[in-house]
Design a protein around this ligand. Structure first.
Ligand code: ZN
Length: 331
């Protein structure tokens, strides 16, 4: 399954980017992309479904998006039926998702429920052939399934917390989608679930999961839907160095770890590329340059993007100015 996301002019670029990032951060069979363009919306306080779907139709034509790729328009404007998201009955790969008001109701950043609903709609499309079937499919009484019909935003919490698909819905889904696709969907839902729990400050019940460096030197958190943290080679070398030193390292002391950084870098980089990178590693170890601090900031942003601010704190390199920097998770 593939989906292309569009940002209504009332949705911030930051929220939009975060939604795409959440969906892309778990690698697998489904593909998500976003169009870097702000879509003008009718100047009305409430939009009709046909207005929203007309925009999707035009976007599909203008951007030559194939019929089997989903299009989702994100907007903060309420729609006439006050739905969180819906697909066009006549063009069921065109849809919208409401990107407003979430924080007030479920106390987590908007991007989490928005990403969840995009996945939920993509699954629903696979399970039904028409609107009548959809009405029958949705569970009026919430059971913690992706197909729970939630009238209120606060009811969405239950299904996001379970991140589950009930056996009846699962049976329908297996008829349409291959196991790797279904597996990817579960992994995305699970990653959203964990991030939501942390965002809602329920972390006291959860322990941050360990980091795994795979044999091909990928930095993964397997428990969060096989999440891979993609970093530049230099960032990766620096991060792996800090993983080796739970007690932390003074940035001024990096110079004494230069050889180790060369070794770590060479372990996952093609032969020969170390010669080109030596200068960059030397810069990183130079206490007078900002290079290491910049990389540490980038690594922090990367974790925050992937895990949310609360959960990320355990994973990035941190420490007060002039003190040892370390990774909390290592202790
Ligand atoms: Zn169900």
């Amino acid at each position: 399954m593939k989906a292309t996301l569009f940002r209504g002019e009332d949705v911030s670029n930051e929220t939009f980017e975060s939604v795409i990032h959440l969906l892309q951060s778990v690698s697998g069979m489904c593909r998500f992309s976003g169009m870097d363009e702000s879509i003008p919306l009718p100047e009305k306080p409430v939009l009709s479904w046909s207005e929203l779907f007309d925009i999707c139709k035009k976007l599909r034509i203008n951007h030559s998006i194939p019929e089997d790729t989903f299009i989702f328009l994100l907007t903060q404007k309420p729609n006439f039926n006050n739905f969180f998201g819906y697909l066009d009955v006549n063009n069921p790969t065109n849809g919208f998702v409401h990107a407003g008001d979430w924080e007030r109701f479920i106390h987590c950043p908007t991007e989490l429920p928005v990403a969840y609903h995009i996945v939920a709609l993509m699954i629903q499309k696979q399970m039904v052939n028409n609107e009548k079937e959809l009405v029958n499919l949705l569970h009026r009484e919430p059971i913690g399934c992706v197909n729970d019909y939630c009238q209120n935003k606060k009811d969405v919490i239950l299904k996001m917390r379970t991140a589950d698909i009930c056996p009846t819905c699962m049976e329908r889904l297996t008829l349409k989608l291959s196991p790797p696709v279904i597996n990817h969907i579960f992994e995305i839902l699970e990653s959203l679930r964990i991030k939501m729990l942390f965002a809602q400050n329920m972390r006291q019940h959860l322990k941050p999961s360990p980091i795994l460096i795979t044999t091909d030197y990928k930095i993964m958190i397997p428990d969060y839907g096989q999440l891979e943290l993609r970093m530049t080679p230099l960032e990766k070398a620096l991060y792996m160095l800090f993983l080796k030193y739970p007690e932390g390292i003074h940035l001024t002391d990096l110079i004494n770890h230069k050889q180790e950084l060369y070794d770590i870098y060479s372990s996952f980089s093609p032969l020969g590329s170390l010669t080109e990178m030596k200068q960059s590693i030397d810069d990183m170890c130079n206490a007078l340059s900002n290079s290491a601090s910049e990389k540490i900031s980038k690594i922090k942003l990367n974790f925050e993007k992937n895990l949310g601010k609360e959960l990320a704190k355990y994973y990035y390199i941190k420490g007060a100015r002039g003190e040892r920097k370390r990774i909390d998770l290592c202790n």
